[in-house]
Write a protein that binds this ligand. Structure first.
Ligand code: FAD
Ligand code: DHB
Length: 410
């Protein structure tokens, strides 16, 4: 094959995957299991990708997809199964029994860092293509049946010819901008952010605590039996250096305080500020480029949906690609965007709702009373609690495809 101008080597694969986050890596593993070849391109180093602390709550459906991708072994050994969460407000802590309310479904606490490590290890153990620290990734000719990706790696210029490109390169990637003119964008910014810490401290609560407080939202989570993950609502333009560890603990203590219960402190191992945003770009595909995960949509983190949505997208994409390669039918690929977007919008609404109900938007006593009324309703009405529970544990993966109505006569 003669390389094009400026390209020193041409390589070929079936699916080019841009971005080695949870979406890209899971897609690569699912495709490999079905005998479909792919090349994964990542612009960061392996260490960076493996250490980037983000989500920690996996829906049962996400665990099932990771099992199908062949990376469930350590997750089942080390992941911590939870059957409920707590909502705290007005000085009271109430348990929402998720599994009881949501058909026995549960959540698993297992860090995104661990999911990513498992996926990378599986890929490398199988000797399959995964290139870190690539530069200048560009997608080309996606409206033809011979799309290409160009990039540089270790001083050489490459051209990757493929059948399909998966744009799993996150919110700041290059794939979505490449089809920008074909997209409609919906977004919402919030006037606050999350300051998150990882602490060398055993979790103080047996289940996650989402706390509404007049000083702002706080969340107690965990990563393992000796690592707590804690979050505080802060200003959108907050500077990390304004938050020495002592101030963080002091603020957490105030916002989650409860009679007869203590928040255990420990050394702060990592801290960072995450912006809050809702964002959807539609459709999630153009020509032979398919967007999945954060490259197509963002949710604010309240409700822990970001990672789970990314995995749901690639499970739909993998199924559609397998069908296409096996039968020649492009029905699944044609429906990919619409199928994913039904689930995406459900998660957008849920995350927006949880965010609006739990965060202090400013000094607005009316809003405060509405939030408290909604929280009281959830902990006193089974119907309201069930709405929270079934969204939190995640609707079944095929829900978005099901057209059946549960409302009689509808
Ligand atoms: P990403 O994880 O962003 O992966 C995209 C990959 O593409 C990255 O490895 C990136 O380096 C790579 N890439 C980018 N550009 C290029 C390029 N040009 N070429 C090649 N590679 C490229 N969700 C929750 O549910 N709970 C949380 O607590 C939570 N906390 C978060 C905190 C932060 C700071 C952020 C940013 C997100 C958080 N999320 C959280 C969201 C969740 O982590 C994401 O939804 C999830 O990572 C999406 O996976 P992804 O694979 O789609 O994208
Ligand atoms: C975590 C993050 C979330 O966004 C959330 O809603 C619950 C837990 C976490 O990082 O553990």
């Amino acid at each position: 094959m003669t390389p094009r101008h400026g390209v020193s080597r041409t390589i070929r694969t079936q699916v080019a995957i841009v971005g080695a986050g949870p979406a890209g890596l899971t897609l690569a593993c699912l495709l490999a299991g079905a005998g479909i070849e792919s090349v994964v391109l990542e612009n960061r180093s392996r260490a960076y990708v493996e250490e980037r602390i983000r989500a920690g709550v996996l829906e049962q459906g996400t665990v099932e997809v990771l099992d199908a991708a062949g990376v469930g072994e350590r997750l089942h050994r080390e992941g911590i199964v939870h059957h409920g969460i707590y909502l705290q407000f007005a000085g009271e802590r109430h348990r929402i029994p998720l599994s009881e309310l949501a058909d026995g479904r549960n959540i698993v606490i297992y860090g995104q860092t661990e999911v990513v490590k498992d996926l990378i290890q599986a890929r490398l153990d199988a000797g399959l293509a995964l290139r870190f620290e690539v530069d200048g990734v560009r997608v080309h000719e996606i409206e033809t049946d011979r799309p290409r990706v160009t990039f540089a790696h270790q001083g050489e210029r490459f051209e990757l010819e493929c059948d399909v490109i998966a744009g799993t390169d996150g919110f700041h990637g290059v794939c979505r901008p490449a089809i920008e003119e074909h997209l409609r964008v919906f977004s919402r910014d919030y006037p606050f952010a999350w300051l998150g810490i990882l602490a060398a401290a055993p979790p103080s609560s047996d289940e996650l605590v989402y706390a509404h407080h007049e000083r702002g939202f706080a969340l107690l989570s965990l990563r393992s039996l000796d690592r707590s993950r804690l979050y505080l609502q802060c200003a959108a333009d907050e500077r990390l250096d304004a938050w020495p560890d002592a101030r963080i603990w002091d603020e957490l203590q105030r916002r989650v305080a409860l009679e007869g219960w203590t928040l255990v402190e420990g050394a702060v191992l990592e801290k960072g500020i995450a912006p809050m945003r809702s964002f959807v770009s539609e459709p999630m595909a153009h020509g032979r480029l398919f967007l999945a995960g954060d490259s197509a949509h963002i949710v604010p983190p309240t409700g822990a949906k970001g990672l789970n949505l990314a995995i749901a997208d690639v499970s739909v994409l993998a199924e559609a690609l397998v069908d296409w390669y096996r039968t020649g039918s492009d029905a699944g690929l044609a429906e990919y965007s619409a199928t994913c977007l039904r689930r995406v919008w459900r998660a957008e609404q849920f995350s927006y709702w949880m965010t609006s109900m739990l965060h202090r938007p400013g000094d607005d006593p009316f809003e405060d009373q509405l939030q408290l009324s909604q929280l009281r309703y959830i902990v006193s009405s089974e119907a309201a609690a069930r709405t929270l529970a079934e969204n939190y544990v995640g609707l079944p993966l095929d829900h978005s495809r099901a057209q059946a109505s549960v409302v009689r006569g509808a």
